[in-house]
Design a protein around this ligand. Structure first.
Ligand code: AKG
Length: 299
């Protein structure tokens, strides 16, 4: 579906934290699909330099992704988050998260991000093959897998990934992988066009370390929740799309991104992961590697 039709089909303004995305063609557009460049590493690099991201539609095996979705949905169901009157893989929210108050949340979060089908989808096979070709050598994935199960009403604010994982190589890439279809209504990711070239932002907000710099003043490490002001200040269009199982969106540490609000009319939980890749020979951020990554607790 063309983006304009998809926007119209949502039937309500597209928002992030309630801030409305201006739908003027100069302010909002569609992520560019670079899958036609697969196999031509030089062209992929040139596109990445230009755009700060690569959208590879249908690059992953949808069956592998959907197996991971099933595994995630079962885990969400095990703590009462899924409405069982629908197939589990529809991931319709039950309306109650009361059980989360009764369980060991840390152990549960670890179980959620450690299933074999999930690892197969994001740490093996086609994803790794892509990065080995793209980076030209053996690749290390940061071991930590960020699982997003985003309910209606929630969104991610505008940020650079570097502020969360900037203690290793700068040649680090994020893969945002929809675990199933993520239409515009369900709160997909959005990228600010040209943001990877805003040097001023790299040297200011982009220079913080959310764990080390305790009084950085950026709540949660986000530059802002206000997509309208961010665009007014830095220019570019907010770019997004309707994602399908098998798509992979790759971006760099200094590409500003956020998510749309999940406004699913059927109360679907948005399921996606984000994972990071680099050359194995480069230094890695110690917070996110090993059997039990320390995460933000390291300080
Ligand atoms: O999926 C989301 O809402 C956030 C993902 C993200 O920030 C990332 O991929 O770096």
């Amino acid at each position: 579906m063309a983006l304009a039709d998809a926007v119209a089909s949502v039937g309500a303004p597209l928002t992030s934290h309630g801030y409305v995305f201006d739908q003027d063609p100069g302010a909002f557009g569609e992520l560019r699909d670079s899958s036609a460049l697969l196999g031509d590493e030089a062209a992929l690099h040139a596109r990445y330099e230009e755009d700060g991201y690569l959208l590879l539609r249908g690059y992953l095996d949808p069956e592998v992704v959907l197996a991971a979705r099933r595994e995630l949905a079962e885990k969400l169901d095990s703590v009462g988050l899924i409405d069982r009157s629908h197939p589990l893989t529809e991931a319709i929210y039950s309306g109650s998260n009361a059980r989360l108050g009764e369980i060991d949340r840390t152990a549960y979060a670890k179980a959620l991000r450690s299933g074999p089908a999930l690892r197969e989808a994001v740490h093996r096979g086609r994803v790794i093959e892509f990065y080995e070709r793209y980076l030209g050598g053996p690749v290390r994935a940061l071991d930590y897998i960020w699982v997003r199960n985003v309910r209606v009403g929630a969104a991610t604010g505008c940020h650079f990934d570097w502020v969360y994982m900037g203690r290793g190589t700068r040649d680090l890439y994020t893969s945002w992988i929809p675990m199933g279809d993520v239409p515009l209504s369900d709160g997909p990711l959005a990228v600010l066009e040209g943001s990877h070239q805003i040097d001023e932002l790299k040297g200011t907000y982009g220079a913080i370390d959310v764990d080390r710099d305790k009084d950085h003043g950026y709540t949660g490490g986000w530059l802002s929740k206000d997509v309208t002001s961010v665009r007014a200040r830095y220019g570019g269009r907010w770019l997004t799309t309707e994602f399908e199982a098998g798509d992979m969106l790759l971006f760099g540490m200094f590409t500003l991104h956020c998510s749309l609000d999940n406004r699913s009319p059927v109360n679907r939980i948005r399921l996606s992961t984000d994972t990071r890749y680099q050359l194995a020979s480069e230094p890695a951020d110690e917070r996110w590697i090993g059997e039990e990554p320390f995460g933000h607790g390291m300080g």
